[in-house]
Design a protein around this ligand. Sequence first.
Ligand SMILES: Cc1c2[nH]c(c1CCC(=O)O)Cc1[nH]c(c(CCC(=O)O)c1C)Cc1[nH]c(c(CCC(=O)O)c1C)Cc1[nH]c(c(C)c1CCC(=O)O)C2
Length: 343
Amino acid sequence: MTQKTILRALKGETQPVPPIWMMRQAGRYLPEYRATRAKAGDFLSLCYNSELAAEVTLQPIRRYGFDAAILFADILLLPQALGADLWFETGEGPRLSTIGDKAGVSALRPVGDIHETLAPVYETVRILSQALPRETTLIGFAGAPWTVATYMIAGRGTPDQGPAHLLKNTDRAAFQALIDVLVLATVEYLSAQITAGAEVVKLFDSWAGSLKGQDFEDFAVAPARAIIAALKARHPTTPIIAFPRQAGEGYIGFAKATRADCVALDDGISPVWAANHVQVDGCVQGNLAPGHMVTGGEDLVRETRRVVQAFSQGPHIFNLGHGITPDANPDNVARMVEVVRGG
Ligand SMILES: Cc1c2[nH]c(c1CCC(=O)O)Cc1[nH]c(c(CCC(=O)O)c1C)Cc1[nH]c(c(CCC(=O)O)c1C)Cc1[nH]c(c(C)c1CCC(=O)O)C2
C-alpha cells in the first residue's frame, strides 16, 4: 500500500493531518519563480522548456515540502496544440485567435496531432517523476472543456463568459462540436501525462459557476463524466480531481455524477456546509480563501484551523479555494503549512 499521503486521501482515507498543496504554488509570488521565468524569456517559453518548467515545479516543494507537485504548464496549451494562436499580453493575460462558428471548429487540427506541440509537457512530467522526493505526488492537469471553450470563443478571459454563452445560445451545433473536440483532446492530453508519469490528474473548470440549471448538467457535468470514464478505462488506478469552481449547490452530487475521486472546492462555500453536503460522498480538496496568503496574521491562523477542523472527519486534501495571487507573502504560505501540520 502506498505511503503517499495525497494518494491515501484520494482512496478515501481520513488522516489525522491532511496532506497539503496549493493551486499556482509555482508562481510570481516566489522570487525564485520570477528569476527562472526571466531566464526562460516569457511565460509560454517557460511552459515549453521542460528543464525550466520542471525547475519551477520543484521550487515550492523545496521551500515548503508540499505533499504534491503540480506540473508547470497552462490550460491554454491544449487550444494552442489544436491550432489556435496563443500569446500573453504582459499585465493583462492570455489572448487567442477566436472561434465563432462551425467552420472555426472544423479548421482545428486533428486531435491526434496535439502531441506534436505538447511533447515538451510530457517531457517535463518525465523529468519530474524522477526528480521529486519519493513522498511527493505528481499531479497533471488540463482545463475542462467549458472553461477552455470560453477562452477559445472570446479570445481572452472575460468577466461573465458572455461570448461563450452567446455561441451556446445562438449556434448550439457549433458550440457542442467545440465541446466534443475538447472532450476528446483532453482525454488524449491527460492520458499522455499519465503515461509519462503523472500519478493524479485534475480538471480545472474555473468558469463552471456561470453555467446554470441544465447548462451545468450539459457542459460541466457531462464533459467531466465523459473524460473521467475514458481515462478510467485506460488508467483504472489513476485518481482524478474535478474542480467545478463556484458551482455552489452544483457541488452536491458532483463526484457521484462524474465518478471523480475528489472534488476541489472554492472558498465561496463554507467548510462546514461542504463537509455536510460534499465530503459525505468522498474526498474533498480546499478551500482556504487565497487572500489570507496576502493578509496573514491571526485571521490566517484561525481560518486555516477552521478548514482543517471542518473536514477532519473525512478524506481531505488541504488547499486554497483558488490560485495564490502574485501579491502574496511567501512567509504566510509557510505559516499556513505549519498550522495545517499542527504548529
Ligand atoms: C483559467 C486558467 C489558466 N490557467 C490555469 C487556469 C485554471 C485555474 C485557474 O482558474 O486559475 C491553470 C494553471 N496555470 C498555471 C498552472 C501551473 C501549476 C500551478 O498551479 O502552480 C495551472 C494549473 C500556471 C500559470 N498560468 C499563468 C501564470 C502567470 C504567468 C506569468 O508568470 O506571468 C502561471 C504561473 C497565466 C495565466 N493562465 C491563465 C490565465 C487567465 C493567466 C493570466 C492570469 C495570471 O497572470 O494569473 C489561464
